[in-house]
Design a protein around this ligand. Structure first.
Ligand SMILES: Cc1cc2nc3c(=O)[nH]c(=O)nc-3n(C[C@H](O)[C@H](O)[C@H](O)COP(=O)(O)OP(=O)(O)OC[C@H]3O[C@@H](n4cnc5c(N)ncnc54)[C@H](O)[C@@H]3O)c2cc1C
Length: 469
């Protein structure tokens, strides 16, 4: 028997079918995990007439999806977009996402995601998720009211706004604030309305394979008792690996030190490891979503972000997920936000100035920056800003103002001083039908991976809503 606590990073080998003493359940589709991905898979399979058994390790399901913001990245001309007054097309959505996410424009997975997006939107609404066709202008955030549409991936900021017509695609259910809990209430109610059998307190431990290497089911512990479940298709929807410290240390160690690693204890990497155990490839393991919430309010982006050299590194008005990725993964989390007196305020997360000085030079010295670096950066910024321009990073002129009215202040945005929130994006390599692919590109018969078990579409920058979408 495999000891799950042995080594938290090694592939978990499957059980041979000859070692199964007998089957406790037989089904067409076996879904492992009941977060958003597993619930959607269970509903879709049951709706298409398949016999479905779903295993959920906790007492109720919901997973990380239930604690999320609930933003769903959908587009291509959904009725929510149209009702809010926006025009979108599958081609525009795909071109934008290919550039931001770092995927080939014709990646079949990206193409399938975009081509199916209107249908996915309508499917969610048909399964009980209310979404209102009204736009909320604060990018990246779940609206405080019931508005249903936000910018959630830097569509309306440089460099993308100049290359792609800015269209909001972050869809949010009509309930105030974070909507992940509500999303899961809707999806779990929709699962309950099907004929699917749901087993809770049921933890899958091992895949079962036949002599040809096809996955034919799982061994699980249901209410503490070992059971074997045979399935025509096994769909792994068991979440990610944000809370497998060994995997995080190996692939995205920067996440170990941040204030808020996004996920639950059950994001333990089990899904990745059992897939590796049957020869699956893994993708994008070094990529992570990292939010650095310098907004709201939006006017905070009139301030300037600098790195350890006192130099700017990003346009401050872009999606705070891109700011966070640049700050943590490219600048080592050694960044600051500087401002003059009129631009200073305490933002929604309570960030306050650590240093206040009469000149930029004094401020740079207090912050420990190289002599003269901050003053040089701000001289250049202010000269261009006087003409309403940001030639270095293309910040929207609406937010480009000279910062010349002292005293000058700096907010410490280094990792130990502020909230970075993030999770790893890499996972199992799948094709556009969610079939798990081996390292040689062939599919593992009978095995599918969805949600956070699979590699995200985001191989470079992230967009809020791509995970749940
Ligand atoms: C605060 C926060 C905000 C976020 N906001 C957004 C957002 O707005 N938009 C967005 O797209 N993403 C967001 N995310 C990320 C997103 O929530 C997750 O990536 C997504 O929910 C993953 O869904 P999933 O179905 O793959 O996994 P989960 O929702 O985690 O579901 C996995 C389920 O599998 C179960 N499970 C695990 N192992 C086993 C096992 N061995 N056997 C049986 N069951 C098992 C777990 O108990 C869990 O219920 C956010 C995350 C957080 C934490």
């Amino acid at each position: 028997m495999t000891d799950l606590s042995d080594d938290l990073i090694a592939p978990l080998p499957p059980l041979g079918v000859d070692d199964v003493p007998g089957w406790d359940h037989e089904t067409d589709v076996l879904v492992v995990g009941l977060g958003a991905a597993g619930a959607a898979a269970a509903i879709a399979a049951a709706d298409s007439g398949q016999r479905v058994v779903a295993l959920e390790r906790t007492g109720a399901g919901g997973g990380t999806s239930a604690m999320s913001g609930g933003i769903l990245y959908l587009g291509g001309g959904t009725s929510t977009q149209t009702d809010a007054g926006f025009i979108d097309s599958v081609e525009e959505m795909q071109a934008f996402l290919a550039e931001v996410l770092g995927r080939d424009a014709d990646d079949p997975r990206l193409a399938a995601y975009c081509a199916g997006s209107v249908e996915h939107h309508d499917w969610l609404l048909a399964h009980g998720l209310p979404v209102r066709g009204e736009f909320w202008p604060e990018p990246g955030m779940e609206p405080p009211g019931t508005e249903g549409l936000v910018f959630s991936g830097g569509e309306n900021a440089a460099p993308y706004a100049g290359r792609h017509r800015p269209v909001p695609r972050g869809h949010v259910a009509a309930t105030p604030g974070a909507t992940g809990g509500f999303l899961m209430e809707c999806l779990l109610a929709a699962v309950a309305a099907t004929d699917a059998t749901v087993l809770t307190d049921a933890r899958a431990e091992q895949l079962v394979v036949d002599a040809d290497g096809a996955v034919v089911g799982v061994r699980a512990r249901v209410d503490g008792v070992v059971q074997h479940l045979r399935a025509g298709r096994t769909v792994l929807a068991a979440g990610g690996w944000a809370y497998n410290d060994e995997l995080v240390r190996a692939h995205v160690p920067a996440l170990l030190d941040i204030a808020w690693r996004l996920g639950t204890d059950n994001d333990d990497g089990w899904g990745l490891r059992v897939c590796q155990g049957v020869g699956a490839g893994l993708e994008s393991l070094g990529t992570a979503e990292v939010a650095l919430p310098i907004t709201p309010p939006r006017r905070m982006v009139r301030c300037v972000l600098v790195n350890a050299q006192g130099e700017r590194f990003v346009n401050e008005d872009t999606y705070f997920g891109h700011v966070g990725q640049a700050a943590l993964l490219e600048q080592g989390g050694h960044v600051f936000m500087v401002m003059d007196e009129p631009r200073y305020e305490v933002n929604m997360t309570g960030m306050r100035a650590t240093w206040v000085c009469e000149t930029w030079d004094e401020l740079g010295a207090e912050m420990g920056l190289p002599a003269g670096a901050l003053a040089a950066t701000m001289d250049a910024y202010n000269q261009a800003a006087a003409a309403g321009e940001d030639p270095a990073f293309g910040k929207d002129p609406e937010f480009v103002v000279p910062l010349t009215e002292g005293p000058f202040g700096a907010i410490d945005l280094r990792v130990a001083a502020t909230i970075y929130a993030g999770f790893p994006l890499g996972g199992v390599t799948v094709d556009e039908s969610a079939r798990v692919l081996r390292t040689d590109g062939t599919a593992v018969p009978g095995l599918f991976a969805v949600g956070r078990v699979a590699s995200s579409l985001a191989a470079a920058r992230y967009c809020s809503g791509i995970s749940l979408g």
